[in-house]
Design a protein around this ligand. Structure first.
Ligand code: DQA
Length: 143
């Protein structure tokens, strides 16, 4: 099984940005957690982060027919981007949406997700472990 993990804007600042919301662990810690878990489960993984909407769209397009599943935290673009939704629909790869924080308990605008309808599941408010849960969801969905 081969999966792509996509992280949107400001997630490279994990550990620095609003630690009371996102925790003190860094983006590198998140990548290591995902890499370790995937290597234990014999999953091939590529991790991508960008602060730019178009780069995320490009990455999704380039992933066409190359991955069995996508784990995506579009960060702020969750609440604004029809382009990311359309890219996911275009490639048709099963995807799971992840948010580190409890977006459902935060500002109203964070409760809107353009990609939610496309994704097979959304994992919210589980911290970094949400990514592991998302990988497991994909694993069960694909097998
Ligand atoms: C986030 C929630 C978004 O509202 C926010 O813009 C982020 C991170 C999360 O993981 O909790 O950057 O996607």
């Amino acid at each position: 099984m081969k999966i792509l993990v996509i992280n949107g804007p400001n997630l490279n600042f994990l550990g620095i940005r609003e630690p009371e919301i996102y925790g003190k662990q860094t983006y590198k810690d998140l990548c290591n957690l995902i890499l370790d878990y995937c290597s234990k489960k014999d999953i091939t993984v590529e991790i991508f982060q960008s602060n730019h909407e178009g780069d995320i769209v490009d990455k999704i397009q380039q992933s066409y027919n190359r991955f069995d599943g996508i784990v995506i935290n579009p960060a702020a673009y969750t609440h604004t981007s029809v382009a990311i939704l359309d890219a996911l629909k275009a490639v048709g790869t099963p995807a799971v949406e992840v948010h580190i924080s409890k977006v459902n308990e935060r500002e109203k605008f964070r409760q809107i997700s353009f990609i939610r309808d496309y994704c097979i599941k959304t994992v919210v408010g589980k911290g970094f472990n949400g990514y592991i849960e998302a990988i497991d969801i994909l694993k069960n969905h694909i097998k």
